[in-house]
Design a protein around this ligand. Structure first.
Ligand SMILES: NC(=O)c1ccc[n+]([C@@H]2O[C@H](COP(=O)([O-])OP(=O)(O)OC[C@H]3O[C@@H](n4cnc5c(N)ncnc54)[C@H](O)[C@@H]3O)[C@@H](O)[C@H]2O)c1
Length: 596
């Protein structure tokens, strides 16, 4: 029989604590909510009423249920009020000495049978537990932010946590409507161990002016379907909390430099820019605690005319290549009203690309997304050719041939001979340096990267890659073209992986290393990222879709360019590729897809 929890205590009513109180009270459990001072209690109470009032306003909670929920919560200053509860969850700031002091005090105050839990994200639950006389009743219950919304709970057992306590807490999570993954005590557990290197890397990109905060966030939202970008997430987590988590992960997790907090994070903490909770972090908010972003001095001008300043007029576009990307890009331009010249290496290839574009447009017609007239008009705008000379009078060339530097360089040298002056020459490379391609021409100022995502007609993002030689007019032209295509352009510098792949693939590689170390299973890791962080797919699901060979190639490029030891490809990834387990395309990757 699982233990009945009728009343629980929550210590610390900040970002996490207030949400945890709500989760328990919603499930009919009495809560004693504790803070250090009356003022802090008032803040916690205001967060709870604000959150429940919003739920009522959205129709997610009946007013009577809100009143009953609030009636179950008793607020108290000081730990003494916790002497009757069956379980305590501590959610005070991420400092080991503070948590140890609180646990020693809880041990003194609480009933001998009470379970003592910590919501720590990165500290050692074992070290916290030994501050009490009952380490076998100490456990980690790691909720995700915002606690009332996110489904995942990581249950962290130490080597001394009693199996009964683990089972009782697992049953409690189910009663709260949460999905739990139970794991051992390791820095960052599953989700944060995979998340924080990514967040820190995104801050480093921002700090080095690699791209703007809006572009970094838009890239990850639109390129990967994440619920929010990394810098907005830092603000939600709390910049101070993120700093402590990174610092602990760095010290406990093998001094991986990717967890050494980027200097800007510490500066922001010192300056009081802690994120949403103080009204200002990477972004500025309406007021402290508000999720509403307001413009500040760093907000880019939304004025399309200003953005397009210096942009050249584009009416005719050449697309070189006959693969998946070229096909999608031809369709995108033709649908948007551009005249398109498609150049392939032969009539046969042109015929098959033409067929593929027709098929895709017809699908659009069947789905009611494109009218028959628009389809015919789009097809009418495309000229099919097998000679580069037909690009003599286009205004923009988009190259989407095989991902080989020598091939692309030779092509750009030819384009340089053929195209009229002032043409923008774009490459869709996802991993090669754009500057190498640019220097194959006599006009590097006109060369730029336009990194479309697959499938191009559907994915809303384009990374616009400027090299150190690209002119501002070329960037403005690329931006204006993306806007005319209905795509969101993010501008970044010419480094391996641009924004999306540089942030995404090391995270996927880390997940493989975690699996390789037998810390958890592929299913639990996938679940943790989906239910804890709102990712549309877990890392192993995504790797099987992307292709393990593709992932390995990108990871190798990143490692070679940045020489970061943490970016070294996971041996397991290399072995699976060698074995021909490349993902869905070969029927087997991390999972077997042949029987599904
Ligand atoms: N922020 C997140 O996204 C997140 C997610 C999961 C877990 N966590 C973990 O949850 C814990 C709390 O983090 P947070 O972001 O909510 O921090 P926070 O700074 O928002 O809130 C901490 C609260 O603890 C209170 N407090 C401090 N000392 C206290 C004491 N002696 N007794 C009672 N209350 C005290 C503070 O007044 C404050 O209200 C940390 O261990 C953190 O790692 C955070």
């Amino acid at each position: 029989m699982a233990r009945e929890f009728t009343s629980v205590g929550v210590v610390g009513l900040g970002t996490m604590g207030a949400g945890i109180v709500e989760v328990f009270a919603r499930s009919g459990i009495d809560v004693v909510a504790v803070e250090v001072s009356e003022a802090a209690l008032e803040r916690g109470r205001a967060t709870l009423t604000g959150s429940t009032d919003r739920a009522v306003a959205k129709g997610k909670l009946a007013p009577a249920d809100r009143d009953a929920l609030l009636g179950r919560v008793r607020f108290a200053a000081g730990l003494d009020a916790l002497h009757t509860v069956d379980l305590v969850i501590e959610a005070v700031p991420e400092h080991l000495d503070l948590k140890q002091r609180i646990f020693a005090e809880l041990d003194r105050v609480c009933k001998p049978e009470a379970i003592l839990a910590t919501n720590t994200s990165s500290l050692s639950v074992t070290e916290i537990s030994v501050a009490t006389s009952r380490p076998n009743q100490v456990i980690g219950i790691h909720f995700f932010n915002p606690a009332p919304v996110m489904k995942l709970v990581e249950v962290v057992r130490t080597v001394v946590t009693s199996p009964d306590v683990v089972a009782d807490v697992e049953a409690l999570c189910a009663r709260l409507g949460k999905v739990d993954v139970t794991i051992n005590d390791r820095a960052g557990f599953i989700a944060n161990a995979l998340l924080f290197g990514y967040l820190n890397h995104a801050v480093a990109m921002f700090e080095s002016n690699y791209a703007s905060r809006e572009d970094i966030d838009a890239a990850m939202k639109l390129g990967c379907g994440l619920p929010m970008g990394p810098l907005a997430l830092m603000d939600l987590i709390g910049v101070d909390t993120a700093y402590e988590i990174l610092d602990t992960m760095y010290r406990r997790g093998g001094r991986d430099r990717r967890h050494a907090p980027v200097p800007l994070i510490k500066q922001m903490v010192t300056a009081g820019l802690l994120g949403r909770k103080t009204g200002r972090g990477f972004y500025t908010y309406e007021r402290p605690g508000s999720p509403v972003v307001v413009p500040d001095e760093a907000t880019p001008v939304a004025d399309a005319a200003a953005l397009a300043d210096g942009a050249r007029g584009i009416t005719k576009v050449g697309v070189v290549g006959s693969g998946t990307m070229a096909t999608g890009i031809i369709e995108v331009f033709a649908k948007a009203g551009y005249e398109v010249v498609s150049v392939t290496r032969g009539a046969e290839k042109s015929a098959s690309v033409c067929e593929a574009v027709k098929t895709s447009l017809n699908k659009g017609v069947v789905r009611g997304k494109v009218s028959e007239d628009d389809r015919d008009a789009a097809l009418g705008r495309i000229t099919w050719s097998a000679t580069l000379e037909h690009l003599a009078d286009v205004d923009l060339v988009v190259e989407a041939v095989v991902e080989e530097l020598s091939v692309k360089k030779a092509l750009f040298a030819s384009l340089d001979e053929i195209c009229k002056p002032g043409v923008v020459l774009a490459t869709t490379t996802s991993s090669l340096p754009v500057i190498e391609v640019a220097m194959a021409t006599q006009r590097p100022a006109d060369v730029i990267g336009l990194h479309f995502f697959n499938p191009a007609p559907i994915m809303p993002l384009v990374e616009v890659v400027r090299t150190i030689r690209t002119s501002p007019e070329t960037v403005a032209t690329a931006r204006a073209v993306c806007a005319a295509l209905g795509k969101t352009a993010v501008v970044c510098a010419d480094r391996s992986g641009f924004i999306v792949n540089a942030l995404l693939f090391p995270y996927l590689n880390d997940a493989v290393k975690m699996l390789e170390a037998s810390y958890s299973t592929a299913d639990d890791i996938d679940n943790a990222m989906k239910l804890g962080c709102g990712y549309p797919m877990g890392p192993f699901e995504l790797l099987d879709v992307v292709g393990l060979d593709v992932a390995l190639a990108i990871q190798r490029e990143l490692y070679l360019e940045l020489r970061e030891p943490g970016f070294a490809p996971a041996p397991l990834l290399e072995h699976l590729v060698t074995a021909g387990y490349l993902g869905r395309k070969t029927g087997r990757g991390f999972r077997d897809h042949t029987h599904r």
